[in-house]
Design a protein around this ligand. Structure first.
Ligand code: GLC
Length: 419
């Protein structure tokens, strides 16, 4: 079987979702710029349009807040039918943005774009360096507690509807949420999206932080939700390593500071180890308890540069239980739902991080399984936002940017297969 038509289809998806200086994840459901989607888009563009890859990252960092945060959504234009839009977030910024961040993978992707063409990328990467450094400093100040990277809203994690947040969300008071009209369910089936109760909780939490004026200290102290997330921790740790590499490449004076973050985050990563279950788990920081969730984020340890073999048996067991890798939740977990948003489906972009990490750590056979499985699910079921790991059913939005990007960089036979 040849896959060249899929290379072309993937490039076409990126072109179709290109809005000039940023790429939408998919038209309709997600009409703005999302933070980590854009970083994946840049990686995808780097395989055929290097300049466009840099533009994507430059646009993202042009909306960085003064305190260093890079927002999770940038509302470049008015789309009245999107909810919750800029008026709900209530952030004063031009262009308007959301008030939280998202997985900090931009340094990793910027390095990958640069390494795909160093001569073309030198000035571009150097131009982004201060923004990247300030964003990482913001994370260390605003989101790292007791050495652990935490989220203050499920949407910050990128795994919006994962069960990791349930125990904290149960304490969110939704009595003041009121009436609203969801828009996500007009694009996608109800059974593929969060429930009404979960949506109420997301909004209540958003209103809470908005009413704190997005003040970091108040939110840290009072928000009902503060969850240490191994996914965020491992992605930030990986990004610190890439930022350090960039700093050294340009002879920047910040190496010792970044190395200090790396050392401390490697050390504290062990706190995520749930010894009862024998896996990396998230922690409800308000209750001081593990959430007992074995998710795809538990497998990000290799991507973070940690040569850890303890997660290997879990991955082997899980891959043997499903048709396509890597389910977002352990299929043996009680709430596993193969089609519902972050409660079972596989996400091709997460596969690229897990697969590339495995390869970097020398787990070649498993890395190849993840890569070939990603190739198969896209070839069999298309460029969906996410898929059922059980039978490949395409779910969520279609014609999806990061799935296309990951095809070009990771899954296609022509792809490099890593960073
Ligand atoms: C969903 C995902 C999130 C992603 C966004 C746009 O909210 O959970 O990770 O960034 O869609 O694709």
């Amino acid at each position: 079987m040849t896959y060249e038509h899929l290379d072309e289809e993937a490039r076409q998806i990126l072109r179709d979702n290109d809005r000039g200086s940023y790429t939408v994840p998919t038209s309709g459901l997600y009409p703005y710029q999302w933070n980590w989607d854009s970083a994946f888009a840049a990686w995808g563009f780097s395989t055929f349009d290097n300049n466009r890859a840099w533009v994507e990252l430059e646009t993202l960092f042009a909306s960085q807040w003064e305190d260093g945060m890079v927002p999770h959504i940038i509302f470049h234009r008015q789309v009245p039918e999107y909810f919750p839009g800029p008026d709900v977030w209530g952030v004063e910024h031009t262009p308007p943005t959301s008030g939280i961040s998202q997985p900090p993978i931009a340094a990793t992707m910027a390095r990958a774009v640069y390494e795909s063409d160093k001569a073309a990328g030198r000035a571009r990467l150097e131009g982004l360096y201060e923004g990247l450094l300030n964003w990482h400093r913001w994370f260390m100040r605003a989101r790292v507690t007791d050495g652990l990277c935490c989220v203050t809203h499920p949407w910050e994690s990128g795994r919006d509807n994962a069960p990791d947040w349930d125990s904290s969300m149960a304490n969110v008071d939704t009595s003041m949420v009121g009436e609203y009209t969801r828009r996500d369910t007009s694009h996608v089936n109800n059974d593929m999206r969060p429930t009404k109760q979960q949506y109420d909780q997301y909004l209540a939490l958003l209103y809470f932080s908005r009413d704190c004026g997005w003040d970091i200290d108040t939110i840290n102290e009072k928000s009902p939700l503060r969850v240490a997330d191994p996914g965020m921790h491992f992605m930030l740790l990986r990004a610190h390593r890439d930022l350090l590499w960039i700093a050294q490449e340009f002879g920047k004076p910040d190496g010792a500071e970044i190395q200090g973050w790396i050392d401390s985050m490697v050390e504290s990563a062990e706190k995520f180890w749930n010894a009862d279950g024998g896996y990396y788990d998230s922690i409800n920081m308000r209750a001081g308890e593990f959430t007992n969730t074995l998710s795809c984020a538990s497998f990000y340890c290799w991507y973070a540069g940690m040569d850890d073999t303890r997660m290997i048996p879990h991955l082997e067991r899980i891959l043997a239980a499903v048709k396509y890798p890597v389910p977002s939740i352990d299929p043996e977990a009680p709430g596993f739902d193969h089609i519902r948003y972050w409660r079972g489906p596989l996400w091709c972009m997460a596969n690229s991080q897990i697969g590339a990490g495995l390869a970097e750590m020398g787990h070649t056979e498993l890395a190849e399984k993840v890569r070939l499985g990603t190739r198969a699910v896209i070839a069999d079921h298309g460029f969906a936002e996410y898929h059922s790991p059980v039978d490949g059913t395409p779910a969520g939005g279609q014609h999806f940017t990061w799935t296309a990007a990951v095809w070009l960089t990771f899954a296609s036979p022509q792809a490099k297969g890593g960073f």
